[in-house]
Design a protein around this ligand. Structure first.
Ligand SMILES: *[C@@H]1O[C@H](CO)[C@@H](O)[C@H](O)[C@H]1NC(C)=O
Ligand SMILES: *[C@@H]1O[C@H](CO)[C@@H](O)[C@H](O)[C@H]1NC(C)=O
Ligand SMILES: *[C@@H]1O[C@H](CO)[C@@H](O)[C@H](O)[C@H]1NC(C)=O
Ligand SMILES: *[C@@H]1O[C@H](CO)[C@@H](O)[C@H](O)[C@H]1NC(C)=O
Ligand SMILES: *[C@@H]1O[C@H](CO)[C@@H](O)[C@H](O)[C@H]1NC(C)=O
Length: 346
């Protein structure tokens, strides 16, 4: 969403600056000239002190998984997607059957974005024993043949039978949660992404293993939390009528381009979203309204997110490096490649 206000970062005073450049942006950032794969030394204070989530300790981990089972869902749930009563996956893959990925990356994509998906496949989206990557698309008559060819080649598209459209974003998000629930319950963490961001996967894995828990977590939503006024202007791409959403402000919600969920969170959000009336702005609806109903707390990862300004510095100045997990939306394919070669240099 556009025109968002960022929540003040809690606990930024405890941030440890290894190397400071004269930058104009504010907030808590880390700089380092060491290699890109180093262990994070400092975590934002709010992540450490007030989790709102629970990390699974070593040893006893079998007790904690799987957190929920699909038998707890209503009869007919599998073929329902919110108010669509004959939902099915028109492309599907059992990518998690024989593995228990530490990280499942689910990337929202539009049927026409083959180029973007290819750049991701070649850079940060490579699959490994720890990471499963897939792309979520809706139905498209126009790109039907292209998508089939692409899926034959890569086997990583998950497609639902709803029309891929702007106001159908919430179907896609709930389809992602559905897929994780039905087809990849063994994943320890789920990262919901857009196809125009960069993910520093080694740093994310390091973060999961050393700052969260390699055995997983519960009730986790880590993201860049935002607040926003509801847009009523007819000129706004995000215009919402009072009938669609009567209140003037949205609840705190996550910037939708990078959200880390634990599998139980995905399950709980999914189950609730299936019952709620449709609202088309998916990040507001899922990570704001529904998370609020479930008392799930969005914990800020803001200091570990690459901002647009920091991206510029990083691309312009080879001496500048910020440790980050993922970063800004609206990247071009060249920027994704450039960031990939910067972090791969180490
Ligand atoms: C396993 O976890 C439970 C909490 O769910 C705890 O009560 C129990 O003592 C743990 N067992 C061991 C052997 O650590
Ligand atoms: C994978 O598991 C699902 C159920 O979880 C099952 O329906 C499917 O047949 C399995 N696929 C393979 C290839 O084993
Ligand atoms: C969303 O998908 C449904 C189901 O395919 C379709 O009927 C509807 O027209 C789509 N919405 C938009 C705005 O295209
Ligand atoms: C959320 O928290 C409130 C206040 O603590 C409580 O009344 C409510 O039952 C909780 N709801 C859920 C779904 O846990
Ligand atoms: C980075 O370089 C581009 C092109 O040379 C320039 O337009 C931009 O302002 C620079 N950004 C920063 C933050 O220096």
């Amino acid at each position: 969403m556009l025109d968002k206000r960022r929540l003040p970062t809690i606990g930024s005073s405890s941030c440890h600056l290894i190397f400071v450049l004269a930058l104009t942006f504010t907030g808590c950032v880390f700089f380092s000239y060491h290699n890109a794969y180093q262990v994070f030394t400092v975590l934002p204070a709010n992540v450490m002190n007030n989790p709102g989530y629970f990390l699974i300790p070593p040893g006893n981990s079998t007790e904690y998984s799987p957190p929920y089972t699909t038998s707890e869902l209503e009869i007919g749930d599998e073929t329902t997607l919110i108010d669509l009563k004959s939902f099915r996956f028109t492309m599907n893959h059992d990518m998690c059957n024989n593995t228990q990925p530490l990280l499942l990356m689910m990337i929202h994509s539009s049927p026409k974005n083959l180029q973007k998906r290819n750049v991701i496949r070649e850079t940060w989206g490579r699959r490994s024993s720890l990471v499963t990557t897939l792309f979520l698309v809706g139905w498209s008559e126009e790109y039907k043949v292209e998508l089939e060819e692409e899926d034959m080649k890569y086997g990583d598209l998950i497609q639902g039978n709803f029309l891929d459209a702007y106001r159908n974003m919430t179907y896609k998000h709930v389809m992602a949660l559905k897929w994780a629930t039905y087809h990849c319950a063994s994943a320890k963490y789920i990262l919901k992404l857009d196809d125009d961001v960069f993910v520093h996967v080694p740093a994310v894995l390091d973060f999961l293993k050393h700052h969260l828990s390699p055995w997983g977590a519960r009730r986790l939503i880590l993201c860049d939390p935002l607040t926003a006024k509801v847009k009523r202007s007819y000129r706004s791409k995000w215009r919402v009528s009072p009938r669609e959403y009567p209140r003037r402000h949205y609840p705190v919600y996550c910037a939708g381009w990078g959200i880390l969920y634990s599998p139980d969170t995905a399950f709980l959000l999914y189950r609730e979203a299936q019952k709620e009336p449709y609202f088309w702005i998916d990040d507001v609806h899922i990570t704001g309204t529904i998370a609020g109903k479930l008392n799930l707390t969005q914990v800020s990862l803001h200091s570990l997110v690459l901002t647009k300004e920091e991206k510029e510095y990083m691309l312009n100045d080879s001496a500048f490096f910020k440790e980050f997990l993922f970063g800004p939306p609206n990247l071009t394919e060249n920027e994704i490649r450039a960031l990939h070669s910067i972090v791969s240099r180490g």
